[in-house]
Design a protein. Structure first.
Length: 657
């Protein structure tokens, strides 16, 4: 399949966020599979069951609005795969009512709160009066996370109270009952949009959390964004248009609050608090507000509301110790592409938190738009010296920005040192320490060498591998360590001729281990993923135990990633149980696709490794995942798992027998 992002199903805002987390190419393939221009049979049966749907549209001033369209089950009907028919006349006080016109772009979210199923449709509205047709542009499923069970919902005759409409308003102008409604909310729906080559793309989405998950901060509302399917529909729209809308329903009282305004992504520091489990945050500054008391037709008893036992929340106000303010004290150009930044405390009365060699810090690099670029980099300096040093190779959009943004005197927030790629993680007080760094992967390796050399914890061998001598940083520093007792080997791979102080060709662990007792070795590997995979496998073949091998793989810009085993390159036999079937996995497909080819119908949700709906039991064999996806031991996520190289036959028990 062509993975050219120029034919991506995602718009530029979505792509920008996918690019930040390193999944842009993967999500092109995922998007082509899940973003269908028609309704699947599942969706055609799903929507007619619903008593309401969330719908979003954009008014003539460019403000999005989102609401709940209600009716008796069946008011939304799918006559075929190309459209949804909607029999409805929304109340005149609903801010979406005047936007329902033929030709309007609509985002629709169908959600079953008691089963936590949800599916989305984008399309163009046709028809008039109470009979509308939505011509489907895109249709896809969403993962069932953070959805609370509003059980035993029943229709009532709404007795709507006085509607409050405020244009060009701010939160502090709202009465206390409306503010309390925000503070109690556990469910909300978001309307957002982006202009694309195909016209306006409007989306309706769901957000849920513990009471208070929507945080009031001055004139802003701050919302956490959790791990999801990595589509970034909503936040990509926010990035593209700078606007969003909320509707906050209370299915017990029937009260509904609509807000629309400017939206932007913010970092944790700007959010002013941390919401445990949140990967990022976004902010809505309401401009226009509509409060509709007791407007909902479908209600639930308060005692029937099952707030999902989410692992997230509540908000935690940032403690002074949760982040550190640093200032760039010096910048050193190590090679044409690698630059070291020396960081000191921005406060004269407070030193930086000490670190262990091999750990990393997370930087919040300020942007011009008030948000921050968040990146993690390993510390490359001596843990016994004051301050931090990070060394960054400029080979990606993020790292190039860091190079340009960080100047002497720049202040920014950084996290406490974190990570377990440390000598302490080995559990060994004494060992023969072998430290192997490829390319920019030398950064934690160098820090470990500083900590271990001359520390009386056993001999230390450091092996540096680069493609070209001109790319090799820290030459003088390594020679100084060698003079203090470090055993240093330096390899350059793009030559067959030995250079002064350099060996030609790839590293051979067999040669590195010639004078060592293998049981005493603690091997630390850091570098590009392929580099780590190669030497991890070679170390196992030479007889090292897995517990003796410590890995940290690096992608572009030396951003820490999790090491994953390589994927099988040949077909693998897969035996499924519950129900039974035998199939052969083919390279390029997921195990979910293998099961479906065999005529099985495993449960799934997002098809991208986020929702957990496809989790099942691995009985035999080994699997691997792309892009750091993982599952609890003994389980696999069928939609993302592939057989690992050298796994042999797989045996899998499906969850939906």
């Amino acid at each position: 399949m062509n993975n050219d992002v120029t034919s991506s199903p995602w718009h530029e805002g979505e792509l920008a966020l996918q690019r930040v987390v390193g999944v842009e190419k993967q999500m092109v393939e995922v998007g082509r599979k899940v973003m269908r221009p028609f309704l699947t049979p599942q969706l055609q049966h799903f929507f007619p069951q619903l008593p309401f749907v969330a719908a979003a549209a954009v008014d003539h001033d460019g403000w999005p609005w989102v609401t709940l369209l209600e009716g008796a089950p069946g008011f939304v009907h799918a006559p075929d795969e190309s459209r949804l028919d909607l029999a409805l006349t929304p109340p005149v006080d609903d801010p979406l009512a005047p936007l329902l016109n033929s030709g309007t772009s609509i985002g629709l979210l169908g959600i079953e709160l008691h089963t936590r199923r949800r599916n989305r449709v984008n399309g163009v509205l046709r028809g008039s009066a109470s009979q509308w047709q939505l011509e489907v542009t895109h249709a896809f499923g969403n993962c069932p996370q953070y959805i609370h069970d509003w059980s035993a919902m029943r229709p009532v005759q709404p007795q709507t109270g006085p509607v409050l409409t405020k244009r060009d308003a701010t939160l502090d102008q709202l009465p206390e009952p409306v503010l309390a409604h925000i503070d109690r909310a556990i469910t909300a729906f978001v309307g957002s949009y982006a202009h694309t080559d195909q016209g306006a793309q409007v989306d309706a989405s769901h957000r849920g959390g513990q009471p208070g998950f929507i945080r009031r901060q001055g004139s802003d509302l701050i919302l956490p964004d959790f791990a999801g399917n990595r589509f970034f529909n909503t936040l990509g729209n926010v990035l593209a248009s700078g606007r969003a809308a909320l509707v906050i329903p209370d299915f017990t009282s029937g009260n509904v609050l609509h807000l629309t305004g400017e939206a932007r992504l913010v970092d944790e520091e700007a959010a002013g608090a941390r919401y445990p489990g949140a990967e990022r945050y976004w902010c809505l500054t309401p401009r226009h507000i509509v409060w509709r008391p007791r407007a909902l037709r479908w209600r639930s008893h308060a005692s029937a509301v099952a707030v999902e036992a989410a692992p997230h929340g509540p908000w935690q106000v940032l403690a002074p110790s949760s982040q550190q303010r640093v200032q760039v004290a010096a910048v050193v150009q190590e090679t044409p592409e690698i630059r070291s930044f020396y960081l000191k405390s921005a406060r004269q009365d407070k030193a930086l938190t000490p670190f262990n060699a091999g750990q990393f810090i997370t930087l919040h690099v300020p942007r011009l738009d008030g948000t921050a670029l968040v990146r993690s980099y390993t510390l490359s300096g001596d843990s016994q010296q004051a301050g931090y040093r990070i060394s960054i190779k400029a080979d990606g959009e993020g790292s190039h920005y860091v190079h340009s943004a960080l100047q002497v005197g720049t202040e920014l927030a950084v996290s406490m040192p974190m990570g377990s790629f440390t000598a302490e993680a080995s559990g060994s007080e004494r060992a023969h320490w072998v430290l192997l760094g490829g390319g920019i992967g030398i950064t934690p390796i160098l820090s470990l060498a500083h900590e271990l050399t001359g520390a009386g914890r056993g001999p230390v061998t450091l092996v540096q591998s680069v493609r070209d001598v001109a790319e090799a940083p820290f030459g003088a520093e390594l020679l100084d360590l060698e003079a203090r007792g470090l055993r240093l080997q330096r390899h350059v791979t793009r030559t067959t001729t030995a250079l002064n102080g350099w060996m030609a060709g790839r590293v051979s662990l067999g040669q590195v281990f010639t004078d060592q007792v293998l049981s005493e070795v603690q091997l630390y590997l850091c570098g590009p993923a392929a580099f780590v995979e190669r030497y991890h496998q070679e170390a196992l073949e030479l007889g090292l135990m897995p517990a003796q091998i410590h890995t940290e793989a690096f992608g572009p810009s030396a951003l820490a990633q999790t090491y994953t085993a390589p994927t099988a390159e040949q077909p693998v036999e897969v035996s499924f149980a519950n129900p039974s079937a035998v199939a052969h996995w083919q390279p390029g497909e997921s195990l979910l696709e293998t099961a479906e080819k065999a005529g099985l119908q495993p449960a799934y949700g997002c098809r991208s490794g986020s929702c957990g709906e496809c989790a099942c039991t691995l009985v035999q064999g080994e699997v691997t995942y792309p892009d750091g996806i993982s599952a609890p031991e003994g389980e696999i996520l069928l939609c993302s798992a592939r057989p690992a190289a050298h796994s042999g036959r797989l045996a899998i028990t499906l969850a939906n027998g």
